[in-house]
Design a protein around this ligand. Structure first.
Ligand code: MSP
Length: 524
């Protein structure tokens, strides 16, 4: 079935409160899902929590809870946050649910039966917090390359997945499917850093801790993180269960979004597991970079963490979502700074968007008693140019979005906002009113409303409340005029009445006060 869109986020470690980095991946996935819904596709989004492992076991113990009590509380917290952020997920999987555990055991058995998994002994350098073994050459200054903490030597009996068996098939797959990995440079990174130096077999079980899914045929082993974690994307759809309807409908995934730190697992091990299961691979895996702070990674001890709730409670959900998506280019690290946040708010949202709406509504009330004139054609060169520009911006927006360049796609919408503001200055409706040039004045008002309608539809996947608010204020009630497919038309509006007094959607912030506020919030 072509008209479907299955999108996944990573499943998050429930090891603490989620900061804006975690929220970023989820907002990105949610916005793309909403875009596909707007386009009329059957879209399905999966998120969840990755709940096994030594770190969780230790954390629960510290809090005097059983691991299950602890992870359930954390999953509840995650769901509350996603609801607050208007994340429209269809399923939330916890890896401690029976529906997942049972299937992971079946998958593991199948790998064993096929001879993909063999027993050996693991000896290596291990990072306890990251639950990952590293080779000497991967370490950075003798420490964990992911978190920078101390690593310890470890040795234990373990099962291994024979990665070498599949590596040629994987390389061929990369070669033949240019859309499989985005951005493209990540593919070369995988080949040069991990595959060319010789891909090592992956250790897939542990005996050193208990909190995990037991290997059925050898229960002193628990299945260690990646076979358990990665398969969530198919167990959640009911793969190998009694009811595979969803799996048949939605697999392969259309888009799987992951952060750069887990790229290796998703671009190498995950496709290999799928090959071993004889399943099709996801169409695209999108690797995004990180939200950093001016002084490096977010960290509680540095006092530079920002939580989504802080931003939402003070500036609203849409401003928060807008900032995350607009300021963080997918293919490079982005920096969160209070200055940048307030600037985007004041310039993009308040000066550009909110003012465009207010100016338009007040002029239509002043000149036409709130009634939007019907389309009179394009009596001006400027009107014609604006129409062409708008259609072109919509195309550009889609091109960028389809390449998953989200920040750039938002930029294209804001170019349209700026161009529409400029149109007011060019047409000078106040002068047209003085000259009693009714035709041009009508046309100018029509074009402004029509562009606001288009802008409202374009921002809907990212900022739903603002989108609905604009449509309400400009008097668009007919559902058809809120649909994606109505974007290409320019002439349909008839008998539209705007509200009597425009309500500002974003109010200008006091720069110094708000920067101070955010700086303090980051220390808490
Ligand atoms: N549990 C694993 C994923 C298993 S998926 C089968 C995991 N969890 S995590 O909670 O540590 O990270 C989840 C996601 O959040 C990752 O994609 C990671 O890159 C992302 N981020 C964590 N910090 C981030 C930023 N500061 N900025 C952007 N994304 C960040 O890894």
């Amino acid at each position: 079935m072509d008209n479907k869109f299955y999108i996944t986020t990573p499943i998050y470690y429930p090891s603490g409160r989620f900061h804006i980095g975690t929220a970023y991946t989820t907002v990105l996935a949610d916005s793309l899902k909403k875009y596909h819904i707007l386009k009329g596709e059957d879209s399905y989004m999966l998120t969840g929590t990755d709940e096994h492992g030594q770190k969780i076991e230790t954390k629960a113990k510290e809090l005097g809870k059983t691991p299950k009590e602890y992870v359930d509380e954390m999953a509840k917290m995650a769901k509350e946050l996603w609801n607050k952020m208007d994340i429209n997920y269809d399923d939330f999987i916890q890896t401690t649910e029976e529906r997942h555990e049972k299937i992971v055991q079946k998958i593991f058995d199948k790998f064993m039966e096929q001879g993909d998994i063999y027993k050996g002994e693991y000896e290596g350098l291990y990072c306890v917090p990251c639950e990952t073994f590293f080779t000497e050459s991967q370490l950075v200054d003798g420490k964990c390359p992911d978190c920078g903490r101390e690593i310890v030597p470890m040795k234990e009996e373990a099962y291994f997945f024979n990665m070498k068996k599949y590596v040629d098939r994987l390389l061929k797959y990369y070669e033949e499917h240019p859309d499989f990995i985005k951005p493209e440079y990540r593919k070369n990174e995988m080949i040069n850093n991990f595959i060319k130096p010789g891909l090592e077999d992956l250790c897939v079980t542990r005996t050193s801790f208990d909190w995990g899914i037991k290997v059925l045929k050898d229960p002193k082993h628990v299945i260690y993180v990646w076979v358990d974690a990665l398969t969530n994307y198919i167990t959640a759809l009911g793969y190998m269960s009694e009811d595979e309807t969803k799996f048949k409908k939605y697999w392969p995934a259309d888009l799987q979004i992951v952060g750069k730190d887990i790229a290796r697992f998703h671009l190498i091990y995950w496709p290999i597991f799928l090959m071993a299961l004889n399943l099709p691979l996801p169409k695209t895996i999108l690797v995004h970079n990180w939200i950093m702070m001016k002084d490096g990674k977010m960290s509680k001890s540095k006092g530079n963490v920002i939580y989504p709730e802080t931003l939402i409670e003070r500036y609203g959900l849409d401003a928060t979502r807008y900032f995350l998506l607009r300021e963080m280019p997918v293919s490079q690290d982005g920096i969160f700074s209070p200055e940048a946040f307030i600037e985007r708010y004041n310039f993009d949202l308040c000066n550009d968007l909110s003012n465009l709406l207010n100016r338009t509504i007040s002029m239509i009330n002043k000149y036409f008693g709130g009634n939007v004139p019907n389309y009179v054609g394009t009596p001006n060169e400027v009107d014609k140019e604006l129409e062409e520009y708008s259609i072109q911006q919509i195309q550009k927006f889609e091109e960028k979005l389809n390449e998953y360049e989200i920040a750039n796609s938002l930029q294209e919408i804001w170019n349209l906002v700026s161009r529409t503001n400029k149109y007011i200055d060019e047409t000078m409706p106040w002068a047209l009113a003085k000259e009693e040039n009714q035709e041009k004045l009508k046309s100018s008002m029509y074009h402004l409303i029509e562009n606001l309608r288009k802008i409202a539809i374009l921002i809907k996947p990212f900022m739903e409340n603002t989108s609905n608010n604009i449509l309400r204020q400009i008097g668009i009630q007919n559902d058809e005029l809120k649909q994606w497919k109505s974007l290409t038309d320019y002439t349909q509006l008839e008998n539209i009445k705007v509200i009597e007094k425009g309500e500002p959607i974003f109010m200008r912030l006091n720069v110094e006060e708000e920067i101070e506020y955010l700086k303090n919030a980051m220390k808490k």
